[in-house]
Design a protein around this ligand. Sequence first.
Ligand SMILES: C[S@@+](CC[C@H](N)C(=O)[O-])C[C@H]1O[C@@H](n2cnc3c(N)ncnc32)[C@H](O)[C@@H]1O
Length: 210
Amino acid sequence: MAEHAPEDERSWDALYEEKPRVWSGNPNPQLVAEAGSLQPGRALDLGCGEGADAVWLAERGWQVTAVDISAVALDRAARHAADRGLTDEITWVHQDLTVWTPPQEYDLISGQFFHLPQEQRDAVIRTAAAAVRPGGTLLLVGHHPDDAHAQSGHRPHLERLFRPEEMVDRLMPSADVWRVDVSEARRRPFAAEDGTEVALVDSVFRATRT
Ligand SMILES: C[S@@+](CC[C@H](N)C(=O)[O-])C[C@H]1O[C@@H](n2cnc3c(N)ncnc32)[C@H](O)[C@@H]1O
């Protein structure tokens, strides 16, 4: 198994081709915690992987656009959604987030564990933030730099991790446009592949565009 998470399209495809399912198939817990009580509207999932978050959102009434650089992941995600009768509710987009611009505004933009180099990540988040409609939510979740375990086997390089408190200063120069609702390092239990339970640390940042 790779020591580090893949870093380009070809290696992401290769990771997804390695086995029929890479991630748990469950929605990310911080998405469930932070978006569960939001009024459904249009959502954008950045780096959607195998689509569990997009499916969870669509089942709750959201119209979802889900973007990923891996065609292998997207194909799997679309089949997963179709198996659940979700074909019209989710638009799957095969794009590199570092060059893609959202074509419309969204009520929720969620980015969960897409770990890009800092400069690229900041640019992607700035572009995404500009596409949150007034009153809408930006939710960013990633492995915290203090996370010693970070999904064993798919650990991103340390310099790709972020602290939630970095987001306001570095990514939102127009701070008056945003109300920060959550900015915290959050621990959660995770069952490692050898069956032991470890504590992961997630960076969780949620803000509302005023
Ligand atoms: C760690 S996985 C997380 C997948 C999903 N968000 C989840 O939490 O299960 C990161 C995902 O980001 C995608 N990704 C990485 N770089 C990307 C880029 N430049 N543009 C679009 N997607 C990218 C990968 O293909 C992968 O599916």
